[in-house]
Design a protein around this ligand. Structure first.
Ligand SMILES: Cc1ncc(COP(=O)(O)O)c(C=O)c1O
Length: 577
């Protein structure tokens, strides 16, 4: 007998049907495998598998709820749907043991609920039972709070504090069980695309049909087996994933800590941008689009999109600020060779924000044939979520690679630079709910926060709407966007994705502002110590090493979002001066 853990997306069709038959829940009996995967998208399935595909025992680990007690929210996982197919064979208790060990090892605080007649079973499994405490848990049913039908609370894994908190529940002190379906988590903004107060879709009426078409279809398409087969195959064989997680020995020695670099610079086309561009162009094809538009700052997203279009046979138009066309000339040449038309954006600061404006204008004028491949976790819903999902491969791989290298999935720190925030969203994605992982974001401070020439949005921004979503925006008191400045074209943006605005507001991530000069010095340092020339954007993340003291034993993962070829002119100018 084998103990296995699978996410819903990893279950075979046969397994989903088998689980439904074990559960015998009448409302779920007609569920198709794809409905099953989407309905339980935030669950893990722990089971024992036997020969011939049988599943003698199963339990679901549900991450979709929290408890509100005295106005405070407490997050737990819930063990639910434990079924043993053959009674009295011991498979149920065998599963509970493995399950409990796994929860302890992964530090997942987990509770469950049961009727009084199951007490002997859980006692035998050594699960702590808080008798009759489930009655103090109120659930929402048709807009009324009613007492749970269960009798007891089970503690599969919980700290002393958690136990005490739950022990104190009584008819006067209730806990409210709130399912997260209508509230957000970072992997699922709410149905309108909000991360707390940030996000949404603020668009001109002319864009409604395009954006609505995307909202309705994106999850259905990108979660389908057929899409994933093609996408994953291309990531592996065309992009060259998985990218290495490289232990940077010399850098680690210098900073007296354990530094790993996630080598997105080794992707085909030289940055993380291809993960998203390829995914979105595949999606556009399935939506029947024939023409692709994109904006680009550093040119990496433009090159990635032009590459995906060349591969998949779609017309490609890239908008790029006039200043960026000058400072990222090698990438302009690449886009042209790949067959894309590069159109200069000549308004405003002639950089990334202005390129996004031009692309949105184009989309309004060409709603039927065209898909807009946004290059970061910005724009109207569903773009921030769509792009974050495509980039989430970065943290998925980090977890797997750390597990292999050091025996645990969670590092102590993850660090990434933030322009709009796509490489950062990808690097943080599978760690945001892992409390012990500290998250650090590096923004472009330009010539300094107070210099009037900066792009450090969380330090300088206020709540506003930019490019279709509500987030932090650098703006004057009357809402005029302030022109940003950064030495790196990819971070030269006066906004930040709603995902990151929420991380900032909730203090889940620590934000550093890195000046142009500091980023340049970090680029030279990495080159000298490790023989890797990083992109200027990624150098902002590296510069955090000079700003924060890490402990010798800390595992610090830095996303090296791209390579420095495109920035050679800037680096050479610095060497000459
Ligand atoms: C190498 C590299 N890193 C980072 C960025 C910043 O974008 P994002 O914040 O979406 O990752 C860019 C943007 O062009 C880039 O080229």
């Amino acid at each position: 007998m084998n103990y296995q853990i699978k996410k819903s997306s990893e279950l075979t069709d046969h397994e989903t049907q088998h689980i439904l038959s074990l559960w015998e829940v009448p409302e779920w009996s007609g569920m198709t495998p794809s409905d099953f995967r989407s309905f339980f998208k935030n669950s893990e399935f722990h089971f024992i598998s036997g020969s011939e595909d049988e599943i003698p025992a199963i339990v679901r680990l549900n991450f979709d709820f929290f408890l509100e007690i005295s106005g405070k929210q407490y997050s737990f996982a819930e063990a639910v749907g434990l079924v043993s197919a053959q009674k009295k064979r011991g498979y149920g208790s065998q599963l509970v043991q493995s399950f409990k060990e796994n929860l302890i090892q992964r530090k997942i605080e987990t509770i469950g609920f049961c009727f009084a007649d199951l007490r002997p079973f859980y006692q035998q499994c050594n699960i702590e039972i808080l008798e009759n405490k489930a009655k103090a848990i109120l659930e929402n049913s048709e807009n009324r709070w009613i007492s749970s039908e269960d009798d007891d609370i089970l503690i599969f894994n919980g700290s002393g504090e958690t136990r005490e908190l739950l022990r104190q529940l009584n008819p006067e002190k209730n806990a409210y069980l709130i399912t997260k379906n209508n509230t957000m988590n970072y992997k699922n903004p709410d149905e309108h695309g909000y991360y707390g107060e940030f996000g949404g879709a603020f668009i001109p009426e002319m864009l409604y049909p395009n954006v609505e078409e995307l909202q309705k279809n994106y999850l259905k398409i990108i979660e389908s087996e057929e899409f994933q087969d093609e996408y994953q195959d291309l990531l592996k064989n065309y992009v060259g994933r998985a990218t290495p997680l490289y232990f940077a020995k010399n850098l680690s020695r210098k900073y007296n800590t354990q530094i790993y670099l996630k080598r997105e610079d080794l992707n085909h086309t030289g940055a993380h941008k291809i993960n998203n561009a390829l995914g979105q162009v595949l999606l556009a094809k399935r939506l029947g689009k024939t023409r692709i538009i994109a904006e680009t700052g550093a040119g990496q997203h433009g090159v990635a999109t032009a590459t995906a279009c060349a591969l998949l046979g779609l017309e490609c138009i890239v908008y790029m600020g006039e200043i960026d066309i000058q400072r990222q000339a090698p990438n302009v040449a690449r886009m042209k060779m790949l067959g894309a038309e590069v159109i200069p954006a000549t308004s405003g600061s002639k950089t990334l924000k202005d390129a996004v404006n031009e692309a949105l204008r184009d989309w309004i004028n060409n709603p039927v044939t065209t898909h807009y491949v946004i290059g970061s976790v910005v724009g109207p819903h569903p773009f921030p979520d769509l792009v974050a999902r495509f980039q989430s491969i970065i943290s998925k791989e980090i977890r797997e690679q750390l597990k292999e290298k050091i025996g645990r999935e969670n590092p102590d720190y993850v660090i990434a630079c933030v322009g709009g925030g796509s490489n950062a969203a990808g690097t943080f994605y599978h760690f945001v709910e892992e409390k012990e992982v500290k998250i650090i974001a590096a923004e472009a401070g330009g010539l300094g926060i107070d210099s009037g020439k900066s792009a450090a949005t969380t330090f300088l921004g206020t709540l506003g709407v930019l490019h279709g979503s509500k987030s932090l925006v650098m703006q004057t008191e009357d809402g005029q966007v302030i022109e940003p400045h950064s030495i790196s074209a990819g971070l030269d943006y006066p906004g930040i994705g709603p995902f990151h605005a929420h991380l900032f507001k909730e203090k889940r991530a620590e934000f550093f502002s890195i000046n142009d000069e500091e980023a340049l010095q970090s680029a030279f340092e990495l080159t000298k110590l490790e023989g890797i020339i990083p992109a200027l954007e990624s150098s902002h993340a590296l510069a955090v090493l000079d700003k924060k003291k890490f402990r010798e034993e800390d595992i610090v993962v830095i996303c090296l979002s791209g390579r420095g070829d495109k920035d050679m002119e800037t680096y050479l100018r610095e060497i000459r001066s």
